[in-house]
Design a protein around this ligand. Structure first.
Ligand code: CUA
Length: 155
């Protein structure tokens, strides 16, 4: 097949634009280290149940008034379903997902993050009021998304 001069020019132009595009996204991926933003740790989503401390989800006391809470999100529930926290406790929530991306939002607090398979995300909150706090999935994750919630009881 014989190409006209302008056809060859357009092909060369197209290929060089493609090269520029690939270089740009390749460079951006390397520059960002292809990782989600700060503070995340990796976890094998197939082995959550065998990976401490996610093998025993729930609350851990670190020192007086300081706790860590480990959660597993999966369609369509959180483990643990109920977490009981003493009034005044500072709790760092750690969450991962065993299947798809879920939301992790505790109403009336600043805890608002994603539960991402392969990653552990974390945020802290100090509970200064007694009551029941709803933990909800606020990221659409499937047919029963709206029923995916748990409770934090502050006593
Ligand atoms: Cu899980 Cu929406």
């Amino acid at each position: 097949m014989r190409l006209h001069k302008y056809e060859r020019w357009w092909m060369a132009f197209g290929l060089s634009m493609l090269a520029v595009f690939l270089f740009t996204i390749g460079y951006a991926a390397v520059a960002d280290n292809i990782n989600p933003p700060s503070g995340l740790r990796q976890i094998d989503p197939e082995k959550i149940a065998q990976t401490p401390p996610f093998d025993h989800p729930g609350l851990r006391r670190i020192s007086d008034g300081t706790y860590e809470a480990y959660y597993i999100a999966e369609a369509f529930s959180f483990t643990p379903q109920t977490l009981t926290v003493p009034l005044g406790a500072k709790v760092t929530f750690y969450v991962t997902s065993s299947d798809v991306v879920h939301g992790f939002f505790i109403a009336k607090t600043d805890v608002n993050m994603m539960a991402i398979p392969g990653w552990v995300n974390s945020e802290s909150h100090t509970f200064t009021h007694k009551g029941t706090y709803l933990l909800i999935c606020h990221e659409y994750c499937g047919i029963d998304h709206q029923d995916m919630f748990a409770r934090v009881e502050v006593r």
